[in-house]
Design a protein around this ligand. Structure first.
Ligand SMILES: NC(=O)CC[C@H](N)C(=O)O
Length: 356
């Protein structure tokens, strides 16, 4: 069965259907440059209502391992690959990628020139796209007629794996499971609450620190939570990852802007401005904090992306507020980005000693 991928600017690719073969997908198209990690990417809630094109030419070869899902549902609208592995080979694989997508009602297209698609997005910028079963006659009308998927929050209490370390509340805007797991591994008890929980309800949990999660969409659409963030920062050590980082910036008066084609992949070099060292990071964002909007906010840049110089880390001077744009919980190999969790936990312990 043929499938048609059409971009808002009219460019079209024709390929073969896989996954949920008849379903149509529509949203913003992004490309991901990871050579591995397709399952973590596909289940990452920050991709809500996006079409994900993989630049790595063979996808699906190690199948699907239920343990690495980042959420219980798939928010992405469609998956685009050059070649889909027709069988998977891994001792923990329980399912093929095609089957996994079919079960979650996500359509896929394979057999298209993903290099051509990526070059096109890099040159013309990120835009809306539709994956359909027939050539489109009216892109705008079709886009308007297709439904968006809702975000599914996953509130839960997660015990520490060992020892009784600090208790951290995660404000969930679309949290990846790996964030909870990285905290649990470090001895933390984690409570995940929806991003719109009130200050009073959060205070009743008696946590040692708050972490603002990653999440989908434009950070400017989250204005309602900004007063809560300022209030939380007055009472708790606060950390933010990706969307959480952008929300901290907005809460203190900085601006965010949309990148031309986003950072989606696992090979993004980031310079730690405190040590001068460069680390390889996993990233998944279309927006970034505007460096020229930070003057007078009290926020300082702690890290930058080596390729385009964009802001990758922030801290609030004199207060225990720290954030990163990249994903410290994800790594294709190098694990140094995980230091962010160590620093956050150390800041909770410092605060506890100061208040003793
Ligand atoms: N992974 C994230 O949290 C992404 C943040 C935001 N939605 C962006 O695209 O920039």
């Amino acid at each position: 069965m043929q499938k048609y991928l059409t971009l808002a600017d009219g460019k079209q690719w024709i390929g073969t259907a896989f996954g949920d073969r008849t379903r149509v997908g529509a949203g913003q198209i992004v490309f991901n440059t990871g050579m591995t990690g397709y399952q973590e990417t596909i289940t990452d809630p920050s991709y809500l209502n996006q079409l994900i094109a993989f630049t790595y030419p063979l996808i699906g070869n190690y199948g699907i391992d239920p343990h690495v899902n980042q959420a219980t549902t798939i928010g992405a609208q469609a998956i685009i690959v050059h070649e889909l592995a027709d069988f998977s080979d891994h001792y923990q694989s329980r399912q093929t990628l095609a089957n996994f997508l079919a079960v979650h009602h996500v359509p896929g297209i394979m057999g298209i020139d993903t290099r051509d698609l990526t070059i096109h997005i890099r040159q013309h910028g990120t835009q809306a796209a539709i994956l359909s079963n027939h050539p489109l006659t009216d892109f705008a009308a079709t886009l308007a007629s297709l439904p968006n998927k809702p975000l599914l929050n996953q509130p839960a209490v997660h015990p520490a794996f060992h020892t009784t370390g600090p208790h951290i509340v995660i404000l969930d805007f679309g949290e990846k499971t790996a964030i909870t797991t990285e905290l649990q591994k470090r001895g933390c008890q984690v409570t995940v609450v929806p991003g719109n929980t009130t200050f009073k309800a959060i205070a009743a949990l008696h946590s040692d620190g708050i972490l603002l999660s990653n999440g989908p969409g434009n950070p400017e659409n989250y204005q309602a939570v900004l007063p809560l963030i300022r209030q939380l920062a007055m009472h708790y050590p606060l950390a933010g990852i990706c969307l959480g980082h952008q929300l901290i910036a907005l809460a203190y008066g900085a601006r965010t802007y949309q990148l031309k084609f986003g950072h989606h992949g696992m090979n993004h070099p980031v310079t730690n401005l405190q040590t001068g060292r460069v680390m390889m990071t996993a990233q998944n964002h279309d927006f970034a904090v505007a460096a020229d909007s930070l003057a007078g906010t009290g926020l300082q840049v702690t890290a930058t992306e080596l390729n385009d110089g964009s802001v990758e880390g922030l801290q609030l001077v004199g207060q225990s507020v720290m954030s990163v744009q990249f994903h410290p919980e994800a790594h294709p190999g190098p694990v140094e980005a995980g230091q962010f969790f160590d620093q956050f936990i150390a800041s909770l312990q410092k605060e506890a000693v100061a208040n003793a």
